[in-house]
Design a protein around this ligand. Structure first.
Ligand code: SAH
Length: 583
């Protein structure tokens, strides 16, 4: 799946053009989102808000996200210049004039930047500023075959294209429908040939070899395929049959081997998806292929029961049509709200997910999603039910992202998911690939806004007595207060739990002085964020609601203003003076 592009704007003046670009690319790149600079564009007007342009562009580029920046080309170039080493794997990068009057493809000639530029320029009704000579001459990039095809060798490809530019004619062997629109000088008796084949390139310099990803490789249930070096065994078997590694589309294995780390390693090393067949013919990969593949194909095998077999289809194979996926459940934390505080691994899990599950508010925060992603938002607070639903989807082969705010392991879904798995006897649940991706928890986000109140020992407590008796909370509060720990209160108060916070503060006041510093963070990282500092004496439960994080300082926590008096900082020093320890 290609990564949806980010359309980046620096001011509200570019918003209208950005939306036109977005709708122009949505048909080919579902999920394209508009990213706006915070402070210059209202968060609500864009899909993703960011705080600093250069680091945002670099993060997008590094994650392979296509970039359409509505600003000067020079700004974009300077921002990502430090990353421009590897020409082979760069995403498309374009600069578009804020008023839509110019579309300039900058980088990503081999990943379709010119095609994107043409598409956007057509929508904006201006000519694209294409500078690639092959592209200008032929009307498309010969070295950028569509999805499902791969070039045998980039270097050879470049030499071949310069020959064509010098006026050489070519013939085309094999099925290359996309070349029909390309203005190549063709001749049936040309010395040069573009050859579309799953067979390995012979090294001949007068041909450009493009491999369709049309080969499915299957592994049997046979243990004689030793696990280490499995990917080398597959490459060797492919070589023996004359097949190119780039023609491999999918690795297929019997469902009985789900969870086998060696198989996943082999698929990763081959850079192809691993799929499974629910089939009894598992010890014979040739039969496994025959029983599983639904498209016309030819099987290559050395007779019966070879441990590795290949099937060649007539056209590129869409991996999604072969058997089923293992199924994956990513339990992720979105951070407090601001997109820049979501860790890249969580963003990647969201992009890969087929199904997104979670409490409605958080699911909205995690969007927007592509049309092919299923969103199961719920206002159901029954967390165990949600966790079981996630396993049911994942064990059927879906890739599920379960979203929590902050960190998923802090008073959130990760523990519920593990509890559901712990209670289950279902081997299909056990076979699901489970990953937990951490996030920036509300206490950490609030602390960072205030300074460093968690700079020394601290604890996190939920004041909710929904899942534990109030007496336990009281005991913990007493001990934490007595131990002079800084305390971060989650779920401090709600309409259903109106008196608990006052009771908690009463306990804390038995151990901590009235001047103890208290930090209140409300909706941190979200629109309308508010940070407030007060003291234990000044703290009133009316200042707190269920969207607030309460941090109670220790006896050492202090506030100061730097020399210019510009703002107040709160911190808890890393050291401890026992004289100050007045418990
Ligand atoms: N998993 C979340 C916490 C869920 S409990 C995390 O790691 O942050 C919900 C409580 O977290 C809320 O009652 C509130 O106390 C706190 N909280 C969550 N998001 C917050 C935010 N953006 N600003 C302030 N407090 C927040």
């Amino acid at each position: 799946m290609t990564t949806p592009p980010a359309i980046v704007i620096l001011g509200v003046g570019a918003l209208a053009t950005a939306r036109r670009v977005q709708s122009a690319v949505l048909s080919t790149c579902p999920g394209a989102s508009v990213h706006g600079l915070q402070g210059r564009v209202a968060d609500a007007d864009v899909d993703v808000a960011f705080t600093e342009l250069a680091s945002h562009l670099r993060a997008l580029y590094a994650s392979g996200t296509p970039i359409v920046a509505l600003c000067a080309a020079g700004i974009v170039i300077r921002c990502i210049a430090p990353l421009l080493a590897n020409k082979g794997s760069e995403p498309p990068v374009l600069a578009v004039a804020e008023d839509g009057s110019a579309v300039v493809p900058l980088l990503g000639g081999l990943s379709g930047v010119n095609a994107m530029a043409r598409e956007i320029a057509a929508a904006l009704d201006v000519p694209p500023a294409i500078t690639t000579s092959g592209e200008l001459r032929f009307g498309a990039c010969v070295l950028n075959p569509p999805d499902g095809y791969a070039l045998a060798s980039i270097d050879q490809g470049k030499r071949f294209v310069s020959d064509l530019l010098a006026g050489e004619a070519t013939r085309i062997e094999g099925d290359a429908p996309w070349l029909d629109d390309v203005q190549l000088l063709r001749a049936d008796d040309a010395r040069r040939a573009i050859r579309v084949t799953p067979l390995a390139w012979s090294g001949a310099t007068d041909e450009l070899v493009i491999h369709p990803r049309s080969v499915v490789v299957a592994i049997g249930d046979v243990r004689d395929v030793r696990d280490e070096g499995l990917h080398e065994r597959i490459l060797e078997a492919a070589r023996e049959r004359g097949l190119a590694a780039q023609a491999l589309a999918v690795l297929l294995a019997p469902a009985a081997r789900i969870g086998d780390a060696a198989l996943q390693q082999a698929a990763d090393a081959l850079q192809i998806p691993l799929r499974f067949a629910d089939d009894d013919a598992s010890s014979d990969p040739a039969r496994l292929l025959g029983n599983t593949l639904r498209m016309p194909h030819k099987i290559l095998g050395d007779g019966n029961r070879a441990p590795i077999a290949f099937a060649i289809a007539h056209a590129p194979v869409d991996p999604a049509t072969v058997g089923r996926a293992r199924g994956k459940l990513s339990v992720i934390g979105l951070g407090p709200g601001d997109a820049s505080l979501m860790v890249p691994a969580a963003r990647a899990a969201l992009a890969q997910a087929t199904d997104i599950l979670g409490y409605e508010t958080y699911v909205k925060m995690a969007g927007p999603f592509r049309a092919d992603q299923r969103v199961h938002g719920t206002d159901n607070r029954e967390e165990m039910q949600r966790a079981r639903h996630a396993f049911e989807l994942a064990s059927a082969g879906r890739h599920v992202a379960m979203v929590s705010s902050g960190d998923p392991g802090v008073f959130a879904m990760a523990a519920a998911v593990l509890e559901a798995l712990d209670e289950s006897r279902d081997p299909a649940w056990a076979a699901v690939e489970l990953e937990i991706v951490p996030g920036v928890s509300a206490a950490l986000a609030t602390a960072a806004q205030a300074g460093a109140p968690l700079g020394h020992d601290f604890c996190m407590l939920s004041l909710s007595d929904n899942l534990k008796p109030w007496s336990v909370i009281e005991t913990r509060l007493r001990h934490a207060a007595e131990a002079d720990l800084v305390m971060a209160f989650y779920n401090p108060i709600s309409r259903a739990r109106p008196w608990q916070l006052d009771k908690a503060l009463e306990i804390v006041r038995d151990f901590r002085g009235p001047q103890t510093i208290v930090v209140l963070g409300r909706d941190i990282g979200r629109p309308g964020a508010a940070l407030k500092t007060t003291t234990l004496a000044g703290l009133k439960s009316a200042d707190v609601d269920m969207r607030t994080m309460v941090i109670i300082g220790s006896s050492m926590t202090r506030a100061f203003r730097p020399a210019d008096r510009s703002r107040e900082w709160i911190y808890t020093p890393r050291w401890y003076k026992s004289a100050d320890f007045n418990v």
